[in-house]
Design a protein around this ligand. Structure first.
Ligand code: PGA
Length: 250
């Protein structure tokens, strides 16, 4: 059966108290067993939510929004994969466009971050996506290939058994301008083709590719009907329990 992974990326929102209140609301909901719900809060809420999730027996994965590319050392203000895993993170978002553009993360750095996540047995959720200009110039396919190859080129398929990829067109993130299901599906096919060229068809079939960028409940049905869309990464609409629950119950 096709996987349906729904990931909340809270970015720099919510105190511990607010994060806990959100999870309390989620606990009141019947989580559909066919859908996988993941939440990436701020670092400070990871252990709090993981503890609460265990106590409430909720089948939700708690993860992180970023990880440092080194395993430890003098990197003031940074956080390591071992520290995230210790806090209870089961997955980590890597190479989000906000990290690439605001904090100038390169593909080489992203590749190292994936290695760090894998070392700690956390699921790497690799984000790729083109800017508006790149799409207008007709280089979307090339950009996605660069990003996929740059991030994954040094790994074997055995290393990447848990890999999840998210297609996040930069022009759709936080803009309210969602990609049409056809545009998203076309980009997902490009990503799958690159993965297949690198790791073979059989492996590629097992890699979920999520769509992210202005996702709302209304867009879910048509997005999820596409063959190569295995879920969504949600920013703004994941902040309130009711809008997030509507997305889960599409
Ligand atoms: P958005 O963010 O849903 O607010 O567009 C998506 C993301 O950045 O992952």
């Amino acid at each position: 059966m096709k996987r349906a992974i729904i990931v909340a990326n809270w970015k720099m929102h919510k105190t511990q108290l607010e994060a806990k209140a959100f999870l309390e609301e989620m606990a009141k909901m019947d989580l559909p067993s066919t859908k996988e719900v993941w939440i990436a809060p701020s670092y400070t809420s990871i252990s709090v939510l993981e503890e609460m999730r265990k106590n409430l027996n909720l089948s939700i994965l708690i993860g992180a929004q970023n990880v440092n590319e080194h395993n430890l050392g003098a990197f003031t203000g940074e956080i390591s994969a071992a520290q995230l895993s210790d806090a209870g993170a089961k997955f980590v978002i890597i190479g989000h466009s906000e990290r690439r553009h605001i904090y100038l993360e390169s593909d080489a750095m992203i590749e190292k971050k994936i290695a760090q996540a894998l070392n700690e047995s956390m699921i790497p959720l690799l984000c790729v996506g083109e800017t508006e200009d790149q799409r207008a110039q007709g280089v979307t396919k090339k950009i996605l290939s660069f990003q996929i190859r740059g991030a994954l080129g040094s790994f074997s398929k055995e290393d990447l058994q848990s890999l999840v990829v998210a297609y996040e067109p930069v022009w759709a993130i936080g803009t309210g301008k969602i990609a049409t299901p056809e545009i998203a599906e076309e980009a997902h096919q490009m990503i799958k083709k690159d993965l297949a060229n690198m790791f073979g068809e059989e492996f590629t079939e097992t890699v979920p590719v999520l769509y992210g960028g202005s996702v709302k409940a209304e867009s879910m049905q048509n997005l999820m009907k596409q063959r190569n869309i295995n879920g969504v990464l949600v920013g703004g609409a994941s902040l309130a329990p009711d809008t997030f629950q509507k997305i889960i119950n599409y």
